[in-house]
Design a protein around this ligand. Structure first.
Ligand code: NAD
Length: 286
């Protein structure tokens, strides 16, 4: 069984980007800049935003972290986003989700200038993804597609089954796979007879957030399996399927699988960096 190594590919993408950024900074005399906004002090979120900042800095992207108190009002957040929208030195804006419960996530995401929307979650980018190739693509699906392509997985004509229909992963993933000429089935918590559908997946993408829900019995022989899940089990990071209790049977049945950690996670960060550079280049050429 082949392991789809996201760590190695992300490292390669980052070193290519670093060279490109050095060239662009010499040419335009300004570094690309990302602003990350986080409200509250959730430890998992804090560690995600710090690792995003570290990755930016490693390759020459400036990154401002705006960590706001949990009690920040929606209006305060919108005022900050408005000032970043207007700031000509800021290329990308990322609002770390989830936001505190008293803040309407949709209102906040829609307030970001869609041209600076590195996470690709603004409705304008969602619409562009559905109708053209000119969208900013959400980082996790974009990273998964890059990983599949780099590992030589052919997509055209394949049946791709996706478990999970979130705006962040499942829905944009479905659009991307359609664009790549796959036939796509999207499953979710209300899907009847999930195993019947998953057993048809030549490419199976699992983004649920529950370990051990999918087992070897539910796989098609020779399937390429992408594990998006991040779960903490007894203090250990596990995926939705990769390190599940049925791992031995899964390894016998699947042709390839993305590990957790080391699969989709690093590719998500690499795609974020690509999106910042893509926006920067568009803005400098306008
Ligand atoms: P989400 O909670 O928004 O969506 C989960 C989806 O799973 C829903 O669409 C739901 O319908 C479906 N689901 C839940 N129970 C199910 C069941 N029993 N049968 C079938 N479907 C079921 O989560 P999300 O934001 O899409 O993230 C999913 C997982 O991926 C989480 O573990 C998250 O931490 C992880 N994630 C990882 C990365 C990364 O970079 N590695 C990025 C984003 C999300």
């Amino acid at each position: 069984m082949q392991t789809l190594n996201g760590t190695a590919l992300a490292k390669k993408i980052k070193s290519v980007l670093a060279i490109e950024i050095e060239y662009l900074v010499n040419k335009y005399r300004r570094s690309p800049k990302l602003c990350i906004i986080m409200a509250g002090d959730d430890p998992a979120n804090s560690s995600y935003v710090k690792s995003k900042k570290k990755s930016c800095n490693e390759i020459g992207i400036l990154c401002d972290l705006n960590i706001l108190p949990y009690a920040t009002s929606q209006q305060e957040l919108l005022t900050l986003i408005d000032s970043l929208n207007q700031n000509t030195e800021v290329d990308g804006i990322l609002v770390q989700l989830p936001l505190p419960k008293h803040i309407d996530q949709n209102v906040v995401l829609q307030s970001i200038d869609y041209k600076k929307d590195v996470d690709g979650l603004h409705p304008m980018n969602t619409g562009l993804l559905n109708s053209s190739t000119d969208a900013l693509i959400p980082c996790t699906p974009k990273g998964i597609l890059s990983l599949l392509k780099a590992e030589g997985v052919s997509i055209t004509g394949k049946h791709c089954v996706i478990i999970g229909r979130s705006n962040l992963v499942g829905k944009p993933m479905a659009q991307l796979m359609l664009r790549e000429n796959a036939s796509v089935t999207v499953c979710h918590s209300k899907t009847r007879d999930l195993p019947y559908l998953t057993r048809q997946g030549e490419i199976l993408i699992i983004a649920i957030g529950h370990p051990n829900l999918v087992n070897a019995e539910m796989l098609k022989e020779g399937a390429v399996v992408i594990d998006v899940g991040i779960n903490s089990v007894e203090g250990k990071l596990v995926g939705d399927i990769y390190n599940s209790i049925d791992v031995n049977n899964i390894e016998k049945k699947a042709a390839a699988i993305s590990p957790v950690p080391g699969g989709v996670g690093p590719m998500t960060i690499a795609s974020l960096l690509e999106n910042v550079v893509e926006i920067y280049k568009k803005r400098m050429c306008d």
